[in-house]
Design a protein around this ligand. Structure first.
Ligand code: FPP
Length: 241
């Protein structure tokens, strides 16, 4: 049996196999979590950033090779400036320390999305982290100013620039921001909504979906265990029998 629970000193730990190489998270519910506590939305995002670190670490511990998180969409610029600024500050702080941390954990980071509107300083820091960690074997993709439609348009334009006049699926896949890792096996969305919201549109063609009402800042490793167990009960047929 490939999925097993390993008895450790006093805790059980789930381990995954090749069927679950990539999990992608839509980290929803930070605002509602803060509102429930009478706090500003920014407080929810800052708690959300702590949970992002805990959950991505946990996914690595149970053997998931690739984690992708939706941190900021191409549409999130419509939010009030104070909220956008608070999110950018959280990303900035994280990126500053990311290379050291990720080298120790053997994780290759990619910031997926259109970096054009980000500050020059942020772009330079992102490039340094990506370059420095590129030979690591596990993957963490952080979607910032990311839109699935935008990504496909970007891939098609890049193929046109390369002189390709009739596109194959591979031509597009080779040019997606996630072209160095497997397609997501499981897309996990918190906070009750059941939609993709322009996330990984191409990559999700055969992904399994898992939804929970739990708000992102309340998510725990036990919720991941539940989703993993649920995933292993599914039969993936990819259009076959
Ligand atoms: C959606 O929930 C969440 C976001 C737009 C931001 C997600 C960002 C984080 C969890 C921080 C990640 C940090 C790093 C360093 C990558 P919402 O706020 O729209 O929730 P609501 O629907 O309850 O209002």
């Amino acid at each position: 049996m490939a999925l097993f629970k390993k008895k450790e000193v006093e805790k059980q730990e789930i381990k995954v196999d090749q069927r679950l190489r990539h999990i992608a998270f839509i980290m929803d519910g930070n605002g509602r979590w803060a509102k429930k506590r009478g706090m500003p939305r920014e407080f929810g995002h800052s708690q959300g950033a702590k949970v992002f670190k805990r959950i991505t670490d946990y996914c690595g511990e149970i053997g998931i090779n690739t984690v992708t998180v939706y941190a900021f969409s191409t549409e999130n610029w419509k939010r009030p400036k104070t909220e956008v600024d608070a999110l950018m500050n959280l990303f900035f702080d994280y990126i500053q320390e990311a290379l050291d941390v990720m080298m120790k954990k053997d994780v290759c980071i990619r910031f997926i999305g259109d970096k054009t509107p980000l500050s020059d300083k942020m772009k330079k820091m992102m490039a340094d982290v990506e370059q420095g960690s590129k030979n690591n074997t596990r993957h963490l993709n952080i979607a910032i100013n990311y839109g699935g439609k935008d990504e496909i348009v970007h891939a098609v334009n890049s193929a046109i620039k390369d002189g390709i006049t009739e596109l194959s699926e591979k031509d597009i896949e080779d040019r997606l921001y996630t072209n160095n890792c497997a397609m997501p096996d499981l897309i996990f969305r918190t906070a009750g909504e059941q939609r993709l919201s322009n996330f990984l549109l191409w990559q999700s063609a055969y992904s399994e979906f898992y939804f929970t009402d739990t708000l992102w800042p309340d998510l725990t490793p036990e919720d991941i265990d539940k989703a993993v167990e649920n995933f292993y009960q599914r039969q993936r047929r990819y259009g076959g029998l």
